[in-house]
Design a protein around this ligand. Structure first.
Ligand SMILES: [Zn+2]
Length: 258
């Protein structure tokens, strides 16, 4: 089982009216996890979801999987679905890689428990629904068409990797987590034409204007007991330069490169 924190909600229907769960509906919060907690706990809002996932990958559960969430704006979709909300969907609310990775694990877990060999989206014929496709909904951008919307294809692909038993593709967030476990505190990398030193513990970074500045900074950090690595050492290649990193990769770890 995936680790989820129970939050609860008064907004649900006990049981499934005899229906069988046959899909997961993906949503975007158009906001943050804390706001979603508050909305779902307000009995006047009459809305909920089975799960909500925050930017750091924390999973909140509001409705038991055996009960019906009030999420999709359609009773049959609700009665036959498990719904997952994702933080993001606003210019100031990003749908992060950590959130989507957690979603993939949760989707894979649900699939395993329901005997689904894989996840696929095909309108309302697959076992992955997108909220905007459910007839009657006015949430026309949920989950993927909102600004900072959900990359549902990424979630489905990654969940299917997990289900197939193949090792999941090496992604940046996992790579950095592993480095932190090994004691690395800073990573030097290229992004575009620029060189940066990221403090991977604090999630901050500095732009280095010259190679001398890089060397000096590395020396000072190592002198003070920090462990500094070049990106290529982190991903397993010995090299003199640092290796390109995409801004999106670092966003997954809360490091924003502008
Ligand atoms: Zn939705």
């Amino acid at each position: 089982m995936v680790n989820a924190t129970w939050i609860g909600t008064p907004n649900y229907e006990p049981g499934r009216r005899g229906q069988r769960v046959d899909h997961i509906t993906l949503h975007i919060m158009a906001g943050f996890l804390a706001g979603t907690d508050a909305t779902f706990q307000d009995p006047n809002r009459k809305t909920s979801a089975t799960y909500g996932i925050g930017a750091n990958g924390q999973i909140h559960q509001y409705v038991r999987e055996t009960d019906t969430p009030w999420s999709d704006g359609d009773w049959l979709a609700n009665a036959t679905g498990i719904s997952i909300e994702h933080e993001g969907g606003l210019p100031q609310a990003r749908c992060t890689r950590a959130c989507m990775d957690a979603s993939a694990e949760l989707c894979a877990d649900i699939a395993r428990r329901h005997g689904w060999k894989k996840l696929w989206h095909d309108g309302l014929n697959g076992n992955i629904y997108l909220h905007r496709e459910i007839p009657g909904t006015d949430h026309t951008t949920c989950p993927d068409l909102a600004p900072n919307g959900l990359d549902w294809q990424y979630v489905v692909n990654k969940a299917n990797e997990l289900l197939s038993g193949k090792p999941a593709a090496n992604n940046t967030a996992n790579t950095i987590k592993k480095e932190i476990d090994m004691g690395t505190t800073h990573i030097i990398f290229n992004c575009g034409q620029k060189v940066y030193i990221a403090n991977i513990i604090a999630g901050t970074f500095q732009h280095m204007k010259t190679m001398n500045e890089v060397k000096t900074r590395k020396y000072v950090l190592e002198k003070s007991g920090q462990k500094v690595k070049a990106w290529k050492e982190v991903v397993g290649k010995k090299a003199n330069d640092y290796g390109q990193v995409k801004p999106d990769d670092l966003l997954a770890f809360g490091i924003e490169v502008k």
